[in-house]
Ligand binder design. Structure first.
Ligand SMILES: [Zn+2]
Length: 209
């Protein structure tokens, strides 16, 4: 997703240094909130480019839109299932496909994947936004929109899912890295089609959840 970097620092928001003192040798802190990405998580009706949220707990449920104009085709669903089963399930997150999704209440399906360009920033192939913030740190339900036309590939799906669990780009990390630093794995932007999480992202996910 794109970020409006000009607004960082404009909002007074007290950070909780959730990863301070962690014992592993992380390359950089790219789990929201960081010193360079600290806007409060909030509900949005569509992507506004400002979003930073963790997901609300370690149980990560997901749904893929199965009808209408935002439907994922069979090959897209295969990619999403592969990313969730082979890249995210091996982390400390507990990942489950939810075929009877909840869109209201306090325990909504965590991630809804759509094939859609609505609100996707110019020059980007995908975006993630929080539909229902649980609090200023965590989101109960996030939407991932990825453009049609073959953009549902491993790297971008891993990238947008990373945003949905709180991971940031290199420029929002602390210390800042190039957005194309290889150590960011699939959180590089732009991201290559075959990227995976890699150690820095996995360590932050496991320390958070
Ligand atoms: Zn991104």
């Amino acid at each position: 997703m794109s970020w409006r970097t000009t607004v960082f620092g404009a909002v007074a928001f007290t950070l909780i240094a959730v990863t301070a003192g962690a014992a592993w040798a992380a390359v950089t802190d790219n789990m929201y909130p960081t010193a360079n990405a600290n806007l409060a998580c909030r509900s949005e009706s569509g992507p506004d480019g400002n979003l930073s949220c963790q997901t609300d707990n370690r149980t990560l449920t997901y749904y893929m839109d199965s009808g209408g104009t935002n439907m994922l085709e069979a090959e897209d669903r295969t990619v999403v299932n592969s990313v969730m089963n082979n890249i995210y399930e091996p982390t400390d997150l507990s990942v489950t496909l939810d075929t009877t999704p909840e869109f209201s209440g306090s325990a909504e399906t965590d991630i809804v994947y759509e094939e859609s360009g609505i609100g996707v920033p110019s020059g980007s192939d995908g975006v993630t936004f929080c539909n229902n913030a649980a609090d200023s740190l965590r989101c109960d339900q996030q939407y991932i929109r990825i453009l049609g036309g073959g953009n549902y590939v491993q790297g971008l799906t891993c990238h947008e899912t990373g945003h949905a669990v709180g991971l940031t780009h290199g420029q929002q990390a602390s210390p800042q890295l190039s957005n194309r630093d290889e150590r960011l794995g699939c959180m590089e932007t732009p991201v290559d089609w075959d990227e995976r999480l890699q150690d820095n992202n996995i360590d932050h996910i496991n320390a958070t959840y």
